[in-house]
Structure formats: structure tokens, C-alpha cells
Design a protein around this ligand. Structure first.
Ligand code: 5BU
Length: 278
């Protein structure tokens, strides 16, 4: 059966990747397919936003390299919040180098991403060696990788045969690749005719989600949770500024009510989707 018509819980039971299983389980448990992207630059704001949105999110997405006052205690605090509120962590690192370099960037340096981030992502542009490089670090830790098959920005080059090759690369490494950053489901992408019914279950995590705006002045494009989850069959909505607003002035009440609003919109779109099954 196609993943888009199965429940998250059914998919969790069938999935063989520990990272994908854990994400599907938390989605089902919390009835939330909302990933909050916390793109703020001060530790205190970062932790404050996460503490407020944590109860509504299945996943918190980070760009740890934008934190100006980073020190290792931030990671401990983030992990404590992940346990307190029951969410997974996704460092949106977008690796894009040769296998040896990405393995070092993933394991080492100041941030030691592999030691705390359940999920990370990579551009397929270097070819399959980027997956083997990252898997050499992440697979023994039970981590999962998303490939960037598409992007949400105007004029993205990740289309057509590039997207198809990303899907083929993932299929050849499905012991570590758990899904895609994409704008729609990928089951039918790049399949040869008569390929038959596929058993694959790649998760689709989708940025570029907003209820009140169609985009920003720097090429971002937004679609609604209903368009993303119901019409395009994606699994997780990724929302940043739509929830935390202006990063230099965190309004706790507003952040909480937006998180609640997006969580409800994402979950209702999913419920409509699976009620259309058969
Ligand atoms: P926003 O504030 O909801 O626009 O933030 C979106 C986040 O998702 C931000 O962290 C981006 O780096 C990230 N993103 C994206 O917007 N579009 C993409 O195609 C990819 C990532 Br890949």
C-alpha cells in the first residue's frame, strides 16, 4: 500500500530504519506532523522558543551554525527539552561535499552534529559518496538522512532529472536514507515503466509552509498545510517564521498560539488524507 494512505502508526510498525520509526512513532503519539524550524541567533531565544513550541512539535529543526553565542551547554539543554517535550532533533546542515569531508563535518568540529541530531540532510549533488560518507558516522548511531530532492525556493535547480537521480540514490541506500526534503511524494519519480508496486516508504518533509503569507523577499515560497499534506501527500510540515515571527522579539503567547494553529492544520490535513483511502 502507498505510504500516503497508511496511518503514521501503521508505517512506524512497518519501517525498518530506527530513525524513521522513532519519528513516525512520535508523530502518532503526539498527533503532530509539525516540525518547527527555530532559526534564531541567540541561545536564550532558541531555548525559549523550543520550550514553548515543544509540546506541539514532533521534530525541532535547527541551524546550529547561526547561534552566535554557541557553547556545548546548548546541546545538553536542547537534549533535555527533547526529552521533556518528546520531540526529535533535525539539524538542517545540508551537507554537500566529498564523503571524507562530510564525515568529518558530521562527527567533529565545534558542533559534533551526529552526536545529538537524530536526522540530518544532504544535497545529492556530489553523488552517492556523500551518503556513504555520512552513513559511516550516522548509521552506527541509528541516525537517518534526508536527501534534498527539491527545494521550496523560486528558481530552484533541483527539478526533473536531478530529482529523479536523488530518488535513485536514496533507493540504493535505503539503510540510511529515510526520506526527502521535497514538495510532493516521490514514489513515482524515476521509476521505470512496469516497475510494479513498490514497498518503499520514504518520509517527505516539506519546508515552505505558511498560512498567512505566500513568500518572503528572498525567494522563499509558501504553501498551506492543506496543500502540502492533503494535496501533495507530504508527511511533515516544516514551519519557521510563521510560528516564531520576528526572531529579535519572541512573544511567547503568540508563538504558542501559532504552534497550536499549525499543528492543528497539519493534523487535520493528514486526517482528511487517510480518510480518502481505497
Ligand atoms: P521559514 O521561516 O518557514 O521560511 O523557514 C524555513 C526553513 O526551512 C529554513 O530554516 C530554511 O533553511 C529551510 N528550508 C527551506 O525553507 N526550503 C528548502 O527548500 C529547504 C530548507 Br531544503
Amino acid at each position: 500500500m502507498k505510504p500516503a494512505i497508511l496511518s503514521y502508526g501503521e508505517r512506524a510498525r512497518l519501517h525498518k530504519s530506527p530513525a524513521a520509526k522513532a519519528l513516525l512513532e512520535v508523530i502518532e503519539r503526539k498527533k503532530s506532523n509539525l516540525c518547527v524550524s527555530v532559526d534564531v541567533t541567540k541561545q536564550a531565544d532558541f531555548l525559549k522558543v523550543i520550550d514553548v513550541v515543544g509540546p506541539y512539535a514532533c521534530l525541532i529543526k535547527t541551524h546550529v551554525d547561526i547561534i552566535e553565542d554557541f557553547d556545548p551547554s546548548l546541546i545538553k539543554n536542547l537534549q533535555d527539552l527533547s526529552v521533556k517535550h518528546d520531540f526529535l532533533i533535525f539539524e538542517d546542515r545540508k551537507f554537500a561535499d566529498i564523503g571524507n569531508t562530510v564525515a568529518l563535518q558530521y562527527s567533529s568540529g565545534v558542533h559534533k552534529i551526529a552526536s545529538w541530531s537524530h536526522i540530518t540532510n544532504a544535497h545529492p549533488v556530489p553523488g552517492p559518496s556523500i551518503i556513504t560518507g555520512l552513513a559511516s558516522v550516522g548509521k552506527p548511531l541509528g541516525r537517518g538522512l534526508l536527501l534534498l530532492a527539491e527545494m521550496s525556493t523560486k528558481g530552484s535547480l533541483a527539478t526533473g532529472s536531478y530529482t529523479e537521480e536523488a530518488v535513485r540514490m536514496a533507493r540504493a541506500h535505503d539503510d540510511f536514507v529515510i526520506g526527502f526534503i521535497a514538495q510532493r511524494r516521490m514514489e513515482d519519480v524515476g521509476l521505470l515503466e512496469n516497475a510494479g508496486e513498490s514497498e518503499e516508504d520514504f518520509l517527505i518533509l516539506t519546508p515552505g509552509v505558511g498560512l498567512d503569507s505566500k513568500g518572503d523577499s528572498m525567494g522563499q515560497q509558501y504553501r498551506t498545510p492543506e496543500q502540502v499534506v492533503l494535496e501533495s501527500g507530504c508527511d511533515v510540515i516544516i514551519v519557521g517564521r510563521g510560528i516564531y515571527g520576528k526572531s529579535d522579539n519572541v512573544d511567547v503567547q503568540a508563538v504558542q498560539s501559532q504552534a497550536e494553529r499549525y499543528r492543528t492544520a497539519g493534523w487535520e490535513a493528514y486526517q482528511k488524507r487517510i480518510s480518502h483511502k481505497s
